[in-house]
Each structure stands twice: as structure tokens, then as C-alpha cells.
Design a protein around this ligand. Structure first.
Ligand SMILES: Nc1ncnc2c1ncn2[C@@H]1O[C@H](COP(=O)(O)OP(=O)(O)OP(=O)(O)O)[C@@H](O)[C@H]1O
Ligand SMILES: [Mg+2]
Length: 348
């Protein structure tokens, strides 16, 4: 359907998943997009000349990083609030995403913004302030709840969102989860990258490795449990390529995040009535990019074996499940009711 077939005074409803490593958006008119949560500003006039603009986002910013000062608006699951520039970078990232979703249409925007659990608590006011600058109505909701909404599991389920900055473990109990229903740990994707980089460096001290390269290797080969095949990766030493066996390092580092996940699932599960606990244990869902770690669902399931029958599943599309849930909530609830159901949001 073309834009002129839509009424211009009706708000465009969007669902946003604002994450540490990437931000995804979906709109009520069928747009969907994803960008790395990075904003770059040219360091000097040469950078502006090279890029032809004063700000660059996502992968484009990463590609031109030598000409740019890069900002990652989220860190460890919260929006950075150190300086004016941090605020501007977060605002511009969100503006970029909203503009993409608008696809050139001049319409008011009503947005549901899913953020890591910690940000939904720590940065709520800041997030609302950002949203107010770009939208007529907005709700800030924790991302695991968005995932639960997307997969229609609104009670007796546990969502484990394994992101870049944080792992958020959330028990859904038929209402919007409160602080006591969620546990956040920082042993997530960025933690794996950091540990894997030092493990590789320690074993092969003279290979050249960067954090970005480590992340790429992880995203291709990460696994827990018994390896299907050795992980042989080409790295460079003294500028020359050679093959290195990273099987043990990858396995050990990836497995190092599992104990906290299992322990926190148990803690959240114990918060349910004993009659509900068996059902909860059969409804554990892994989401977020880290749910792509090969073997993780099976390992978590095995380690919960003492608690009776357990089923751990991965969501189908970890990139978009959160924002699909946000959009679904936005479509199910007319924006005029958004401030009447216990969420906070600015006045329309
Ligand atoms: N195949 C894979 N195996 C392991 N990790 C992966 C894989 N693919 C992506 N990841 C990791 O998942 C993380 C990104 O997940 P996601 O996009 O859900 O994070 P985010 O929402 O930006 O972060 P957060 O929720 O912490 O704010 C990154 O650390 C990324 O490297
Ligand atoms: Mg996330």
C-alpha cells in the first residue's frame, strides 16, 4: 500500500527494541529494520568531506570508524548519561530509527520502546524524555516482557534474554513484570567477547586480534557442550595468515555464562507458587542474539534436570521478536489508553 492511501493524522505505531548492540524497529505499515546501536561523528572536516554528512549510524559508522568518533549510547544494559553528547547520541540514534520507520511519511508517531530490564528501571525518565522529543505517545517497557508478549506467553513462563550487555531473566505472571520478577547479569555477549579475546591472546600471544574480529568469530562458531567439529580459524601473525584451533577457548568462555543463567532461572522459578512451578519449568524461552549460541538450550535444560520435567526453547527470530512484541502491544492497545494501564508514558 502506498503512503497516500494512509490517513496522515492517524499515528504510525512503531515497536522499537533499543539494545546495547543493535536496535530493531517494526511499524504498523509493515516496515522493519535493524541497525547497530552506534552513532559516529566525523573527527574533523576531512571526515565530513569523506562521508558527506555530520553523523553516521550503524554498520556505516563501523566501516568508517577511523574517520569518526563513535558513540555507543547503551552500555551494560543502560543508556549512558555521562555527558550532553551521550544524550545527543542516544536521541539521534532513536531519531534515525524513527525516521527510517516513517519512510518519508509526515505522520505523528506512537511508539512502544522495549529496552533492557536495567534501562527500564534506571533510565526510565531519560527514555521518556527522548521519546517525547520524537513521538506523540510512548511507552517504555522491559524487553523480556516484549518477547513474552510476542510469543503469547503472558503467565507461567520465564524469558531469558541473552543480549550483548546483559542477560535479563524475567518471570511473567499475568501482569507487567515488576522489579522483583527480573534478574539482570552482565555476563552476556560483550563479556564473552572480552574473555575470548584475552583467552586467544594468552594462548597465541603474537596473533593480531581485535574485539570486532573476536565477535565475528564468536557469532560464527560459538557453542557450548561437546563440539561437533574442531573450530579452526584463520588469524594473522606478523601480517601472515595461519590456522589456529580455538575449540577449547570458545567452549570454555561460552560455557562460563551458563551457571549464572541456570542459577537465576531457579531463583525466578522459586518466586512462583509451588503449583505453578512445573508449568513454569516447561515454559522457559531463550531470546536475544546470545540464544543463537549452539547447544545452550539443551545445556540449560540438562542443568535444570533436578527440578523435574523441563523444556527450554529458543525463539524463532531473536533479532525481531522483541520489537514484534512491542508492535503487537501497540496495535492491541489503542494509544489513548497507554497511560491508563500501569505503564508510564508521556501525555499524548
Ligand atoms: N551465533 C551467535 N552466537 C553467540 N552469540 C551471538 C550470536 N549471534 C549474535 N550473538 C551475540 O548476541 C549479542 C547481541 O544480541 P542482541 O541483539 O539481542 O543484543 P542487544 O539487544 O543489542 O543487547 P542488550 O539486550 O544487552 O541491550 C551480541 O553480543 C552478539 O555478538
Ligand atoms: Mg536486547
Amino acid at each position: 500500500m502506498s503512503d497516500d492511501q494512509y490517513p496522515t493524522d492517524e499515528p504510525l505505531i512503531i515497536g522499537v527494541d533499543l539494545g546495547t548492540s543493535r536496535t530493531a524497529v517494526m511499524s504498523s505499515r509493515g516496515y522493519q529494520g535493524i541497525t547497530r546501536s552506534i552513532v559516529g561523528y566525523p573527527k574533523d572536516i576531512i571526515g565530513i568531506k569523506l562521508l558527506g554528512k555530520t553523523q553516521v549510524f550503524g554498520d556505516e559508522a563501523l566501516r568508517h570508524r577511523s574517520a569518526l568518533t563513535l558513540y555507543h549510547p547503551l552500555e551494560d544494559g543502560v543508556i549512558r548519561e555521562g555527558s550532553e553528547k551521550d544524550y545527543t547520541a542516544a536521541l539521534e540514534l532513536l531519531r534515525h530509527v524513527v525516521n527510517e520507520a516513517k519512510q518519508g511519511a509526515e505522520v505523528p508517531v506512537a511508539g512502544i520502546i522495549g529496552v533492557p530490564s536495567r534501562a527500564s528501571i534506571v533510565n526510565k525518565e531519560l527514555l521518556l524524555q527522548l521519546a517525547r522529543e520524537l513521538m506523540t505517545t510512548a511507552l517504555i517497557v522491559s524487553e523480556p516482557f516484549m518477547v513474552a508478549y510476542a510469543i503469547n506467553k503472558l503467565s507461567d513462563a520465564i524469558i531469558v534474554d541473552i543480549g550483548a550487555g546483559t542477560v535479563d531473566i524475567c518471570g511473567v505472571k499475568g501482569s507487567v513484570p515488576g522489579q522483583k520478577d527480573q534478574i539482570t547479569t552482565l555476563k552476556a555477549g560483550d563479556y564473552i567477547d572480552e574473555r575470548l579475546e584475552s583467552a586467544i591472546q594468552q594462548k597465541f600471544y603474537d596473533v593480531q586480534i581485535t574485539r570486532n574480529l573476536v565477535r565475528t568469530i564468536k557469532e560464527q562458531y560459538a557453542f557450548v557442550g561437546e563440539p561437533e567439529a574442531p573450530v579452526l580459524v584463520t588469524l594473522r601473525r606478523d601480517g601472515k595468515p595461519a590456522e589456529y584451533d580455538l575449540t577449547r577457548e570458545i567452549r570454555a568462555v561460552c560455557e562460563s555464562i551458563v551457571p549464572d543463567i541456570v542459577e537465576n532461572i531457579v531463583a525466578i522459578m522459586k518466586g512462583y507458587d509451588p503449583e505453578s512451578q512445573p508449568e513454569v519449568l516447561r515454559n522457559i524461552y531463550l531470546a536475544g542474539g546470545g540464544s543463537r549460541l549452539k547447544g545452550i538450550a539443551a545445556m540449560v535444560e540438562r542443568q535444570l534436570g533436578d527440578f523435574g520435567p523441563v523444556k527450554v526453547s529458543c525463539v524463532d527470530d531473536p533479532d525481531f521478536t522483541g520489537c514484534a512484541g512491542a508492535l503487537k502491544l501497540g496495535l492491541d492497545l489503542p494509544p489513548e489508553h497507554w497511560d491508563k494501564i500501569g505503564f508510564s508514558g508521556p501525555e499524548a
